[in-house]
Design a protein around this ligand. Structure first.
Ligand code: MF3
Ligand code: CO
Length: 266
C-alpha cells in the first residue's frame, strides 16, 4: 500500500535525506587512490551516528555494513572491503539514514581519476536520466512515466543496458515502500501519483549488456559481462507541477569538484 506523507512528515524526511547528502559529501572529500572501501564505510557509520541518525542498511535483511560501495562492474549492494580504490575506478556509494522515524536513501557514483570517455559518458547520461525521471514525478502522472523517461534516455538513445532485476521504490517509515519504480517501462502504466508520495528513484545503468547476477554472498550484484555499471539515486516528493527533490547533489558535487583526485563527468 502507498503511504502519502503530510507536510510535517515531508520536512522530517527532508532532514533524513539531507543527512545522507551530507554524509556522501563528507565521504567524497576522502576519496583518493589507496583508500579502502571498508574505511569509508566506517567513516559513514560514525558520521551518521554523530548526527543522531542510524545507518538504515545495517542489519536490513541481514545486510552487514553501514553502506553499499559498488566498484566498477558491481552494480549495487557491494560490500565494503579491504581493497584499495585505484585510478580509473568508478564507485557508487549508497547510504541510508534513519532519523526521527523516517529513512533517507540515496546514492552517487564517483570516478577516481579519469575513467576514459566511454565511462565518463555513462556517468553523465545516467545522472541525466535520473533528472529526466524526476521531471515526470508530478501529481497526475503514472510511475511508468518515470520508468519510461529513464529507459528512453539510456537504452533507446545510447544503447546502454538497463538493469531489470532491481528497481527504485517508495520511501518513508520503511526503507522500501510501495510502489516499485522500475527503470524501464511504458508511459501511462503503473500507479497514479499524488502529492506527498515520496520515491527513491535510482537508475542502475550498464555500459554493456543489461544482465546481472548476484554473488554467493547473497548481496553483491555484478554485470554478467563484467563491464562497468553506474548508479545514481535521489529521494523526491511528488508535488503538483514539479517534484521536490529532498536529497541534495549540490553539496556532493561541490565536494567532488574540490577533490582533485576525482573526475567530474558532468
Ligand atoms: N539504495 C538501495 C535500495 O534501496 C540500498 C539498499 S541496501 C540494503 O535498495 F542493504 F539495505 F538492502
Ligand atoms: Co534505494
Amino acid at each position: 500500500m502507498i503511504y502519502y506523507k503530510t507536510k510535517s512528515e515531508i520536512e522530517l524526511m527532508r532532514q533524513s535525506c539531507l543527512l545522507v547528502s551530507e554524509t556522501l559529501a563528507a565521504t567524497a572529500a576522502l576519496l583518493k587512490p589507496g583508500i579502502t572501501t571498508l574505511s569509508l564505510d566506517k567513516f559513514i557509520g560514525e558520521y551518521i551516528r554523530e548526527r543522531g541518525g542510524t545507518p538504515s542498511f545495517l542489519n536490513y535483511r541481514g545486510y552487514p555494513f553501514n553502506s553499499c560501495i559498488s566498484v566498477n562492474d558491481v552494480v549495487v549492494h557491494g560490500f565494503p572491503n579491504g581493497d584499495e580504490l585505484k585510478k580509473g575506478d568508478i564507485v557508487s556509494i549508497d547510504v541510508g539514514v534513519y532519523k526521527n522515524g523516517f529513512h533517507g536513501d540515496h546514492a552517487y557514483t564517483f570516478a577516481i581519476g579519469d575513467p576514459g570517455p566511454d565511462i565518463a559518458n555513462l556517468i553523465k547520461i545516467t545522472k541525466e536520466s535520473l533528472y529526466k525521471g524526476i521531471e515526470k514525478a508530478v501529481a497526475g502522472n503514472r510511475v511508468g512515466d518515470i520508468s519510461n523517461a529513464i529507459q528512453e534516455h539510456t537504452e533507446k538513445k545510447y544503447g546502454y543496458g538497463v538493469v531489470r532485476e532491481l528497481v527504485g521504490h517508495g520511501l518513508g517509515k520503511s526503507l522500501h515502500e510501495d510502489p516499485q519504480v522500475p527503470n524501464y517501462g511504458r508511459r501511462g502504466t503503473g500507479a497514479k501519483m499524488k502529492e506527498g508520495l515520496i520515491l527513491a528513484i535510482e537508475p542502475m545503468i550498464n555500459l554493456g549488456k543489461r544482465e546481472v547476477y548476484t554473488e554467493d554472498d547473497g548481496w553483491t550484484v555484478r554485470t554478467a559481462d563484467h563491464q562497468p555499471s553506474v548508479h545514481f539515486e535521489h529521494d523526491v516528493c511528488v508535488q503538483k507541477n514539479r517534484a521536490d527533490i529532498l536529497s541534495d547533489y549540490s553539496i556532493i558535487e561541490k565536494a567532488e569538484r574540490a577533490n582533485s583526485f576525482l573526475f567530474s563527468a558532468s
